[in-house]
Design a protein around this ligand. Sequence first.
Ligand code: BGC
Length: 786
Amino acid sequence: MKNLLLFSILILSNMVLKAQTKKSDLDVNDKIDQLVSKLTLEEKAALCSGRDDWSTQPVERLNIPWIWVADGPHGLRRAPATNKAGYGDQLPATCFPTASALSATWNLDMVNKVGQAIGEECQAQNVNVILGPGVNIKRSVLGGRNFEFFSEDPILSGELGAAYINGVQSQGVGTSLKHYTANNVETMRMYNNSNMDNRTLHEIYLTPFEIAVKKAQPWTIMACYNRVQGVYGTQSPYLLTDMLKKEWGFKGIVISDWFAVVNRVEAMKAGMHIEMPRVSGVNDSLVVEAVKNGDLDIAVVDGLVKEILTIVFKAKALEKEGAELNAEKHHAYARQVESEAITLLKNKNQILPVTKEKYKRVAIIGEFASAPRYQGNGSSEVKPTRLDKALDIITKEYGKDIKISYAQGYKLSDDNDTSLIDEAKKAAADADIALVFAGLPLQYESEGIDRTHINMPVSHNKLISEIAKVQKNTVAVLTNGSAVTMPWINEVDGILETWLGGQAGAGAVADVLFGKINPSGKLAETFPVKLEDTPSFLNFPGEQGEVLYGERIFVGYRYYDEKKIEPLFPFGFGLSYTTFEYSDLKLSAKNTTDKEGVTAILTVKNTGDVKGKEVVQLYVTDNKSTLLRPKKELKKFAKIELEPGEEKEVTFKLEARDFSCYDGKREMWIAESGEFTISAAASSRDIRLSEVVALQSTQQVPLAFDEYTFFSEYWKNKETRVLLMELVPNWIKGFTGEGKSGYNADFPGFMVDHPMIKYPYITNGEISHAQVMELVEKCKSFTYNP
Ligand code: BGC
């Protein structure tokens, strides 16, 4: 009874947690402290592991409840019970467009609302935490889970992730930001080492997580299967404690990906809270033993348990009794979202939209029109509440005015069977336009398996080419979760990329094809001409458990820019049925500091005759930098809607971080002084306007000289030059000409381009090894203004 009372107090205190003052936080913490003091070591160890597949461990004796976690991210995949796998028998839920599509909307508000809807569905099905979103970078086009991730760009990924999390969590349901981090390859995913330098880790693979944590505080983070810089993601103190907690201020708990834990004790020391799912009691016993023999500090266990209980009680307190799943409303919203994701890649001679004035007879070709592919394979698979088919919707909504015919075109059951092409050609020839639905069948993109090529099935490619031979108005309508090659690109006038668009995707495709909706999706990933052009081509999927991130920070468009490779379609690209004009880019200052930053304002006008939405992108270029930097990097974006003739101002505020790069040696972000070009663009290859700002850095950063820094570096720096003059004046004098002092010495490169540690013998003993080390020590406190 007493415990029940304590639990009720906890629930009540938590209900008002958000709005409360610090005092009530203290109350809740006190209660949790009391509970922790009553738990046995065995109970604490058990709390740090799941109860079964989908729930956390309760402690009935103390009325500590359990909470339900279930897969996502683009909808809820809830098993019938917490101890059932839930593949096939999961409860129906709305299958929203997958991340491949959500990212193409570039619409944060919309993704936030998708999160809200999913949060509502979690409440209706008693799920406390949904396992998503995935903000891993699409490093290679071959990545088997690319459909589940947002983008090749860290800022876009992080912002979308934060929008989704804020949406879900506004409903009193937690998220699990995954898979932390550098989880970019499925092959050997349980062991592979994502081997990269510090700068790459921070600029590309940590940034999306950092943004999502700072802007949205997910309740949980899922630690990855793979190793990062040699250490398992579940066991990395650097990732789980130094970065996540100390640098970014993460307040939630870390759970492992399913069966990701290798050494539970080391994982707990590193800052991992819960091992998922429950494996057996073996790992719990190891924890108990480690505490008893002094290997694991009980204070560490207590800290983790307290944080677990904080999330568990928060989740329980925010449960909504009697919440219902609004299937109709969410289906309609899923259609709307997908209609903003669909990306128009080619529209020669305005072949689209289809109108009854232009086309009396429409041939719909391809099995995807009647058997849609709308999501990917693996743990994210949602059982939809219903499923729309393009053929049905188009026939129903447009069949009265337009004659619709259909031909299967290929067999989804056999990629190489081209026997249906002739029949499809006949249907196409008898129509005024052919809409060919093609793409990647389910088995091509899956969790657990990477692709080995980026081609569509032979039967699909051949079908498109053959149809184009008999019908000059041919549009390829593509369904795929990541980039594909298009050998027939010059044979068709229209290409519509529809991604994996969720259960209501077919309706959205109809809306865009027939002009009810003006397409506004833009690519969140580069489409290459061929696999060999891609950044990680030589280093994917790695070998013998090592994945060398040899392209470093040059992922996606950063690589294509640097190598001057023409992609099939560039990052950020997407057409509209209208046109937009960019003008008047103005910066708030010509000179600024990293502290003040700069504001960029520009005007965008709809110059066509239909309403439309435009994704305005802002890229920053460091015109001259010490470290090699990409030609440009996306820093901001905005999606705006404009009526025909209407114009709007778009404002972006750039701050220190937007000018900075991560110095791997100094382990810090540095904004260097110098000129930066700020570009407003319609895609990464369509820069419309640019302005330059001169930035004066106010940072003082460590000089970071050591015994391996070259003599020439010590000589270039004013302060250390003085020290060299004191230490080796005679040797320096050997390089001064007539009338010159030692300070103006003129060294041949080969004499000074050596690490300082060699100078005891280069100077013929004028400086000793001990003096070199003293010099290094002295320099440790030196800083400079970059
Ligand atoms: C996947 C996660 C998923 C988990 C639970 C793992 O294999 O990597 O994304 O949330 O299983 O199904």
